[in-house]
Ligand binder design. Structure first.
Ligand code: HEC
Ligand code: HEC
Ligand code: HEC
Ligand code: HEC
Ligand code: HEC
Length: 392
């Protein structure tokens, strides 16, 4: 493994050294009036002023941006998202575009390599560094490809967020996997299709981005344009802290917190409660959908399942229904009785929960995916959709 050279270190070190030199160069920068003395003139090089120095007095350019970024998830070198490949000692090309700044630059050809592919090994130890977003070459990236195949036009730094927060699969991967199979017959060849994580951009593009599994005969809301000036990633997320300032939301919304924001005057969740944020409707329906996926596994596919959000591939077999994940050779048994119907519903459910900001990124699309998946499972489960009182 090559040693890590975080940008934050080199930047601050260079700036600090420059400041010290500047401080020590009084000798060379004196006015003509104030000619250097014989002694000073013979000093062959500029000596730094003697210390002690107070670190706080040394000016570092971009200090605020660096400090903000350093505290963010993008700089968290200890996170699984950046450590996952440590044992391999290099990041696989299929993963590197989103899991290191170096990989991102290689993927977009910003390092002079061919754009669209990563053709040499990428070092471990990188994070989403400054040069990921601050890169003149980014101006030439005018579209970003999504897992659905969509080529989405982008401008400037948006290209970066859209590349990494798009997830890794789309509804079309599910359609392909289940093509020509009987809807309710378990097929041991079916594997869970995982949308990946932090899929904000995929949610945001909605039906147009086609990240979800789209049921036949249904139409889906497209991009969530929201409202100016909250129509781009960075208009809500401060690009270094990644945090969202709630105050500007209040120019248009009345709520105690972001999670409490609601415009809709109808309840989507069947609770009838419109005093809560739209996020609550999404969470209620998502919980119902997961319950249905499990009920279907038990009653229709006849192999109960356990969901464990902490380990891949998240859905496990529990053949005797005792609530404990089955093991084989000491390893957890991945769920092995998917049917096309359960797979597409579980995929949509996972896509929804993979974006904790879904309620702000595209609530209509998310609610549609949940509704259609619940409706699809309700048939074989013998649940009366009307009685659930949900709204699409
Ligand atoms: C399109 C971009 C993209 C690609 C390609 C990608 N990932 Fe990720 N991955 C992400 C993002 C974004 C996150 C951050 C999710 C979070 O923690 O908020 C992530 C998170 C992860 C995590 C951490 C999950 C956790 O629970 O903390 C692992 C592990 C991971 N990815 C593995 C992989 C592997 C293995 C590959 C290649 C086979 C890969 N990723 C390819 C974007 C990507
Ligand atoms: C995830 C993308 C991203 C990363 C990583 C990033 N920046 Fe930025 N940065 C931006 C964007 C976008 C803006 C423009 C903000 C605006 O126009 O309001 C910006 C603006 C700036 C500015 C202008 C002043 C300001 O804070 O708005 C400075 C300076 C800066 N960045 C330095 C850095 C440094 C140094 C790093 C690394 C430590 C870094 N950035 C990492 C996206 C990023
Ligand atoms: C090179 C890939 C990459 C780029 C470019 C990128 N991100 Fe990320 N982003 C990630 C990864 C990986 C994580 C998860 C890091 C971790 O788990 O510590 C993440 C995490 C986040 C988070 C979650 C913060 C949290 O507290 O969990 C937000 C919000 C975010 N990014 C927004 C953005 C925005 C906005 C942009 C564009 C300005 C952007 N990202 C550009 C890869 C990227
Ligand atoms: C209208 C404002 C808005 C816009 C535009 C927006 N977001 Fe978000 N984002 C949010 C909110 C609100 C949350 C959830 C924060 C919470 O509940 O704590 C969020 C959450 C996230 C998260 C998950 C953070 C976490 O805690 O894991 C990521 C990643 C993210 N956004 C990335 C993006 C990207 C990339 C874009 C552009 C495609 C984008 N966002 C556009 C408001 C916005
Ligand atoms: C300039 C006005 C404006 C600002 C500022 C604004 N919003 Fe909105 N927001 C709207 C409008 C208009 C809608 C309805 C859009 C639609 O349905 O197409 C909306 C819808 C929403 C919804 C969905 C509500 C529902 O019941 O469906 C959420 C959540 C939301 N905004 C969150 C935010 C957050 C978080 C912020 C601050 C980061 C924010 N908004 C800032 C105008 C704004």
């Amino acid at each position: 493994m090559k040693p890590k050279s975080p940008v934050i270190f080199s930047l601050s070190a260079i700036v600090a050294v420059l400041s010290l030199l500047a401080g020590g160069q009084a000798v060379l920068s004196q006015d003509a009036d104030d000619a250097p003395t014989e002694d000073a003139a013979t000093i062959p090089f500029a000596l730094p002023k003697s210390g002690p120095f107070d670190a706080a007095d040394i000016k570092i350019d971009n200090n605020e941006a660096i400090t903000n970024w350093f505290r963010s998830a993008h700089a968290d070198a200890a996170a699984e998202a950046f450590r996952h490949w440590d044992e391999d000692e290099e990041i696989k090309p299929a993963c590197a575009a989103c899991h290191s700044g170096e990989g991102f630059r290689a993927f977009h050809g910003l390092d002079g390599s061919e754009p669209g592919v990563i053709d040499s090994p990428i070092n471990t130890g990188g994070v989403v560094d400054c040069g990921t977003c601050h890169n003149a070459g980014l101006a030439e990236v005018t579209e970003v490809k999504f897992p659905s195949g969509l080529m989405h036009p982008v401008q400037g730094v948006e290209a970066s967020c859209m590349t990494c927060h798009q997830g890794r699969t789309a509804g079309v991967n599910v359609s392909t996997a289940i093509a020509d199979m009987d809807l309710d017959t378990p097929n041991p060849e079916l594997r869970f299709v995982n949308p990946h994580y932090a899929t904000a951009a995929a949610t945001w593009l909605g039906g147009y981005g086609a990240a979800g599994y789209h049921y036949d005969g249904r139409s889906y809301s497209g991009r969530f344009f929201h409202a100016r000036p909250v129509s781009t990633c960075n208009s809500c997320h401060e690009p270094h802290t990644l945090e969202i300032d709630f105050k500007p939301c209040l120019t248009c919304h009345q709520a105690d917190s972001m999670q409490d924001i609601r415009i809709s005057r109808q309840s989507y969740s069947g609770t009838g409660d419109i005093s809560v944020g739209i996020r609550a409707d999404i969470q209620t329906n998502a919980a119902l959908l997961l319950d249905q996926v499990k009920a279907y596994a038990k009653d229709v596919a006849k192999v109960p399942m356990v969901y464990d959000g902490t380990r891949y591939p998240y859905f496990f077999a529990d053949a005797n229904g005792d609530g404990v994940i089955d093991e084989s050779d000491g390893k957890a048994v991945a769920y092995n009785a998917w049917t096309p119907r359960s797979l597409r519903a579980a995929y949509n459910w996972k896509l929804v929960i993979s974006d904790p900001g879904n309620y702000a990124h595209n609530p209509p699309y998310i609610l549609e995916l949940l509704y259609d998946s619940i409706e699809d499972l309700s048939g074989p489960l013998g649940v009366d959709m009307q009685s659930l009182n949900l709204l699409r």
